[in-house]
Design a protein around this ligand. Structure first.
Ligand SMILES: Cc1cc2nc3c(=O)[nH]c(=O)nc-3n(C[C@H](O)[C@H](O)[C@H](O)COP(=O)(O)OP(=O)(O)OC[C@H]3O[C@@H](n4cnc5c(N)ncnc54)[C@H](O)[C@@H]3O)c2cc1C
Length: 411
């Protein structure tokens, strides 16, 4: 019997799980709380093994068409002058700007298009999950009830599935001491493909990243803070909270705050790490940020979610849908890679977002030293030294992948 799988979350991990499950003969349904695919976000990376997954999905051409070509990261002073820079070529694609970069919203759109014939329930979410011996009775917030064989939580850092099936958020989510917001504005200056960050005292970042259209920029406002209490569904209240912390800071802050007022792709969240010791329980499994997330500081969230989605679906296919075998195999296959890619950079948020102007100057000076000869060669070697800690199986022909079978027959 075809297994019906409900996937909560239509971001990156959710559509990727749906894509592969469908390819392997399952019947996935995705429920996404937003009214459609969420367009926002900045540039994210497709590094190492995640690139192999995208190639196997047949989506490399679509990604290539939307690829960004950032030249690197530049720290600027309040007057806009360069304080330090990390050019992309210095790291050969392994530094803060990767070889394949794509706007997160573009990737979400590509995945939504590639799963266009799969059932999506937009504007709804799971409210109750009742597991029994043969399946899961799902009650949706909209009031309907449906039965599924398995449920995958791919609903991000604040996963509802995780809360309902695994336990309260506090048990799994660690606050790393900051918040980030992203949104699109008309650019206050030409960026010439550079990401620019002005670090203001108080641990605040005012940033601009290139958009496809040079008239626009992806703005970033981030700040250090202990846990704040706010309504996660109230974007206006979140905007007010951000505005309060950035007024009067200098550089392009006023123009960015003016753009914030009308931004319709505003995204705000804490800088958090998610550690869940076991990513499955009974008929429930977690994928992407819901199960493992190193935070934007660690920076591999998209890669982990694409690879995790592939391995989860692949192991289910390899076990002929037997979740009792597939879910532990998924974790065993992924664990070392997840641990490796959740590692935070040295100094964490304190180093990246100093509180004092002396701290900012120290960071800029050390960046200049590390990126100068003879240190830059060493830095590049350190950055590339670590291959992904995963042996990626090819869950294909013998698992009933019709696209691969057709391709091999055509050869
Ligand atoms: C709009 C947006 C912008 C982002 N921008 C960046 C960025 O610029 N840089 C970066 O490093 N990371 C960004 N992220 C996070 C990044 O996408 C993830 O870290 C990573 O790609 C893993 O993806 P994910 O699918 O696990 O989580 P996410 O991409 O966060 O997707 C989770 C999805 O689940 C949905 N959801 C949440 N709760 C429920 C619920 N109860 N029921 C149904 N659906 C639910 C959310 O609306 C979202 O679409 C962004 C996430 C979002 C949603």
């Amino acid at each position: 019997m075809t297994k019906r799988v409900l996937i909560s979350g239509g971001g990156i991990a959710g559509p990727a799980v749906a894509f592969w499950l469908r390819r392997f003969g399952f019947a996935p349904t995705v429920v996404e709380v937003a009214p459609g695919p969420r367009p926002g976000g900045q540039t994210v990376d497709l590094r190492g093994v995640s690139r192999v997954v995208v190639e196997r999905m047949g989506l490399m051409a679509a990604v290539g068409e939307r690829q960004m070509h950032e030249r690197g990261l530049e720290y600027v002073r309040a007057n806009g002058r360069r304080a330090a820079a990390m050019p992309a070529e210095l790291f050969d694609g392994a530094g803060p700007v990767a070889e394949i970069e794509i706007l997160r919203g573009d990737l979400a759109g590509i995945l939504a298009d590639a799963t266009g014939d799969i059932e999506y329930l937009y504007g709804d979410s799971v409210a109750k999950l009742d597991e029994d011996a043969s399946g899961v009775e799902v009650t949706f917030a909209g009031g309907t009830q449906r039965r599924f064989d398995l449920v995958v939580g791919a609903d991000g850092v604040h996963s509802r599935v995780r809360r309902l099936a695994f336990g309260p958020e506090e048990r799994f989510v660690q606050h790393l001491g900051g918040y980030m917001s992203y949104f699109t504005i008309e650019t206050p200056e030409p960026l010439n493909d550079w990401m620019k960050i002005y670090s203001a005292p108080g641990g605040r970042w005012v940033g601009l990243r290139p958009d496809h259209n040079p008239r626009f920029a992806r703005a970033l406002l981030a700040f250090r803070s202990p846990v704040l209490s706010y309504d996660r569904r109230d974007a206006e209240a979140q905007k007010a909270l951000v505005r309060e912390r950035f007024e009067g800071l200098g550089w392009h802050t006023e123009r960015i705050l003016a753009g914030l007022r009308n931004a319709d792709d505003f995204y705000f969240d804490s800088v958090s790490r998610v550690v869940v010791p076991e990513w499955s329980r009974g008929r429930f499994a977690l994928a992407g940020d819901a199960g493992y997330c190193g935070s934007p500081l660690a920076g591999h969230g998209t890669a982990l979610s694409l690879v995790g989605a592939y391995v989860l679906a692949g192991e289910l296919a390899a076990a002929d849908g037997d979740h009792l075998r597939a879910f532990p195999a998924y974790q065993a296959r992924m664990q070392a890679y997840v641990d490796q890619r959740m590692e935070l950079p040295p100094g964490g948020i304190k180093m990246a977002m100093p509180m004092t102007s002396v701290g900012v100057r120290l960071r800029d000076t050390s960046t200049r030293v590390m990126t100068s000869r003879p240190f830059s060669g060493l830095l590049a070697k350190m950055a590339i030294a670590k291959p992904d800690a995963i042996d990626l199986p090819d869950y294909s022909v013998e698992r009933g992948d019709p696209v691969r079978i057709a391709a091999e027959q055509a050869e």
